[in-house]
Design a protein around this ligand. Structure first.
Ligand code: M6R
Length: 364
């Protein structure tokens, strides 16, 4: 049941802290504070290239995974949505890794991409929530997300669980490739293990998120922005809003705005940006200033460290705990999903069963 929550989505949003913790517990040894991967039938150090593919939210988790694996493990990663990947027939590296991500393990396009990559000789690793699924049976190894059943059509907790697995895989790759040292690994692991308590603190920002929701609910179009690993967070926010509120939303890499979508901006198109402190902070801030100069209403997700600067220009600021830049996309996803839920409450839509959508898309 819904345990007293109004919707499964609300219940599942509140499960983020527990789910992140449970998923990490499977992959991190608390005594040594090191990532311990399950036995893989190949050597991580010998993988020359990886290809990530998935659909919908799982694809956005994969985009963050690519960002991490390239950044920290220095391994080249290609990524595409499964419906494109399955027909692209890209040249694949000998002994390469095919990395699939799926909550259900039954998504037709992702399964077809898996089969194509397997036929092309790739090692197949799947990040799955349903561990007795078709994709699980057809993979060389399964990395489980310990999210429990996800009932809401809009994915929430499965997404942060997928990111938790991908973060551990990044560390394992980085160590295998000698791209990080022991101190760096410990710093990364510590930042992961701190996440469940930090995620709980996000729910203390509920009132600010509701204020933002009141503005978004009155709009016809919304623009979501983010840079680097925050770009997929923006994509996830826009998808969630579209899915459950039927408000048109688009996500752009913040630096790309001036190449087109800036012409959309006026006081009727709110700009929702995810801008935590870190190396891309100043760059994203100047993108927001450009939007504000065109009359855009700025609604910003940031962290405590970034909040003072953003309060000078934004109409609404939601500041969550400041964490290591590595894990920031995991934490920043939570308020963005809560925003969509709060807008749906205002709109009175069928949150758990949005029109035209199925929980798992088992046809092409
Ligand atoms: O079961 P899967 O993770 O393979 O599903 C992929 C997408 O269909 C799914 O993430 C969809 O985009 C969600 N409704 C997003 O909230």
């Amino acid at each position: 049941g819904k345990d007293g929550y109004r919707h499964y989505m609300e219940k599942e949003l509140h499960e983020h802290p527990v789910v992140i913790g449970q998923t990490l517990q499977r992959l991190i040894d608390p005594a040594t504070r090191r990532v311990v991967m399950p036995d893989l039938p190949f050597d991580l150090a010998a993988i020359p290239r990886a290809v990530i593919t998935a659909c919908g939210s799982a694809f956005y988790a994969g985009m963050i995974g690519r960002y991490w694996i390239e950044q920290y493990a220095r391994l080249p990663v290609d990524i595409d949505v499964a419906s494109e990947m399955r027909y692209r027939n890209p040249p694949l590296a000998n002994g390469g890794l095919g990395l699939l991500i799926s909550q259900s393990g039954e998504t037709a396009d992702t399964l077809a991409a898996l089969r194509g990559m397997r036929a092309a000789g790739q090692h197949i690793v799947s990040v799955l929530n349903v561990e007795q699924s078709t994709m699980a049976r057809e993979s060389d190894a399964v990395l489980g997300t310990v999210a429990g059943p996800e009932i809401s059509v809009a994915s929430t907790k499965a997404f942060t669980a997928q990111l938790s697995v991908l973060a551990c895989l990044t560390i394992a790759f980085a160590r295998a490739r000698a791209a990080i040292d022991a101190a760096q690994e410990e710093r990364m692991v510590t930042s992961l293990l701190d996440l469940p308590s930090k995620a709980t603190e996000v729910f203390e920002r509920h009132d600010e998120i509701r204020r933002m929701a009141a503005i978004v609910a009155g709009a016809r179009d919304v623009l979501y922005l983010g840079r680097g690993a925050m770009f997929p967070v923006a994509l996830e926010g826009a998808l969630k809003l579209k899915e459950i509120t039927y408000i048109h939303a688009e996500a752009y890499a913040a630096g790309e705005m001036k190449h087109g979508p800036i012409s959309l901006i006026d006081s009727t198109v709110p700009v929702v940006a995810t801008v935590p402190s870190g190396p891309l902070f100043e760059k994203t801030l100047s993108n927001l200033q450009e939007a504000k100069a065109r009359g855009g209403r700025l609604l910003v997700f940031t962290d405590m460290a970034g909040a003072p600067r953003l309060r000078e220009i934004a109409e609404c600021v939601v500041a969550i705990p400041t964490v290591d830049e590595f894990v920031a996309p995991i934490l920043q996803t939570i308020p963005v999903q809560i925003l969509a839920y709060e807008v749906a409450l205002i709109k009175g839509t069928d949150v758990d069963q949005p029109r035209n959508l199925a929980k798992s898309v088992t046809v092409e």
